[in-house]
Design a protein around this ligand. Structure first.
Ligand code: GLC
Length: 447
């Protein structure tokens, strides 16, 4: 494969590991954890650099244990992890020679990015870095009149003149540092383009050429030219070199698989928060439960997408206990059912009303979210002749197709017997998602 190639085939090949992994950890962490009101606190509260300095000075995470983070991710069944190396506030969690607004200069003195990368690689987890294209600390970045800058409507900045040439020189330089000084990166997560600040405003062609030269195998998201609300040129027949390798829907799950205009599947990854904030938010206890996460992961997989699930560690470096608890429960399900997710994708059948199908090779996985009454109807185009065998995935116990009188009126529709008699309403062992693995006869083993 030509690493610099942007052909759909080559791009699709580069992201094979990503599409097999399906499930990753997003980690939003930085000085904004000190106020604990989310990573946009400066913008939302129109906070000046000077007023924010207390957070930078106080950010010295004495309980930061990247190996514990990696263990939490591994136990949840997550196969990759993405850490914010620098968010919109411009404060770097890495050692940059281009800025003194870094974790090496604020009294902490620990290269948190390096420690994260080392610990997760040691745990066998693929590693990615999130890098903000915006920088609300840099003097040349658009300020007054910008859509998001904390000083966007502060008259003291009315005469500010941005200098995108100097700014992009700095921004490219920091990306070069991350791509040069931290070993092989599996994923770069740029964030985000808006208004006129997209594509060549970032000098994206030059940036991606440099990234490809330094990190030929890395995959990137599509936010050099769009953001969570867009798809970008990756879905066209002539993608830009900076179109990215996957689409990055945010806080939403696409209704259908994402295809390019030639009908080829396009990799995508929905990033979602566990509560309602990316960065640590002390007062946000609106946690999604494990069942919601499990079903969302299955939903993404069934449409050829990934789930990047976020945690927001606190100022001391610990992932909130509520997040860890949900991830542990998700991990217990993944330990029994992961083969229906990893390397799986859309099936050739229509989605049933009781849950979802995923497929990997000749195995069709029936994900049952709703408790059936009596036998389970394998709707969506499945035929009895398609099926060679059935087991309950979690424990391997065999299941048979139902031939009892209760389904006699539906001879063309296969049903899985749920218990010793057709009228028996077998209690699904996993209320979140009980999975049945159906080995398909050829040629019905369509993917
Ligand atoms: C949005 C938010 C940003 C967050 C990103 C994650 O762009 O503004 O704070 O890092 O989503 O996808």
């Amino acid at each position: 494969m030509n690493q610099l190639s942007t052909t759909p085939e080559d791009k699709y090949c580069r992201s094979q590991w990503f599409r097999d992994a399906r499930f990753g950890m997003f980690i939003h962490w930085g000085a904004y954890a000190v106020p604990g009101r989310g990573e946009w606190v400066r913008s939302v509260e129109r906070m000046s650099v000077a007023d924010y300095q207390y957070a930078v000075d106080a950010f010295n995470p004495d309980s930061f244990d990247p190996h514990a983070w990696a263990e939490t991710a591994a136990a949840a069944g997550m196969k990759y992890a993405v850490l914010t190396a620098k968010h919109h506030d411009g404060f770097c969690l890495f050692d940059s020679q281009l800025s003194d607004y870094t974790i090496m200069e604020n009294g902490c003195g620990r290269d948190l990015v390096r420690e994260f990368l080392d610990a997760f690689r040691a745990r066998g987890i693929k590693v990615g870095l999130y890098f903000s294209l915006l920088d609300w600390h840099h003097p040349d970045f658009p300020t007054y009149g910008d859509d998001h800058h904390p000083m966007r409507d502060n008259p003291e900045f009315a005469d500010h003149q941005p200098n995108m040439e100097r700014y992009t020189e700095f921004m490219h330089g920091q990306v070069r540092e991350l791509c040069t000084n931290y070993g092989e990166l599996d994923l770069l997560w740029f964030d985000f383009s808006y208004g006129a600040l997209r594509s060549e405003a970032w000098r994206a062609e030059q940036l991606m050429a440099m990234v490809r030269e330094l990190q030929p195998n890395v995959i990137t998201d599509n936010r050099l030219e769009t953001s969570g609300e867009g798809l970008g040129s990756i879905v066209t027949s002539s993608p830009h070199s900076y179109s990215g390798d996957f689409v990055s829907p945010e806080q939403v799950i696409p209704a259908e698989p994402i295809l390019d205009d030639a009908g080829n599947p396009v990799p995508w990854e929905s990033c979602i928060t566990l509560n309602n904030h990316w960065g640590y938010a002390a007062e946000d206890h609106d946690w999604k439960d494990a069942s919601t996460i499990i079903r969302t992961l299955v939903d993404c997989t069934s449409k050829g997408g990934n789930l990047l699930l976020n945690v927001g560690p606190g100022p001391d470096g610990r992932i909130p206990e509520e997040s860890v608890r949900v991830l542990q429960e998700v991990g217990e399900w993944m330990s029994r059912n992961g083969t229906s997710i990893y390397g799986a994708g859309p099936s050739g059948y229509q989605r049933p009303t009781w849950g979802c199908y995923t497929q990997a090779g000749a195995t069709l996985f029936a994900h049952v979210f709703l408790q059936p009454i009596g036998p389970l109807a394998l709707t969506g185009g499945v035929k009895a002749t398609d099926i060679a065998s059935i087991v309950a995935l979690a424990d391997g116990s065999p299941r048979e197709l139902c031939t009892d009188w209760v389904v006699a009126a539906y001879p063309d529709l296969p049903f899985i017997s749920m218990g010793p008699t057709a009228a028996f309403t077998y209690r699904l062992p996993d209320a979140a998602d009980t999975v049945f693995a159906l080995t398909l006869n050829e040629p019905s083993a369509r993917g």
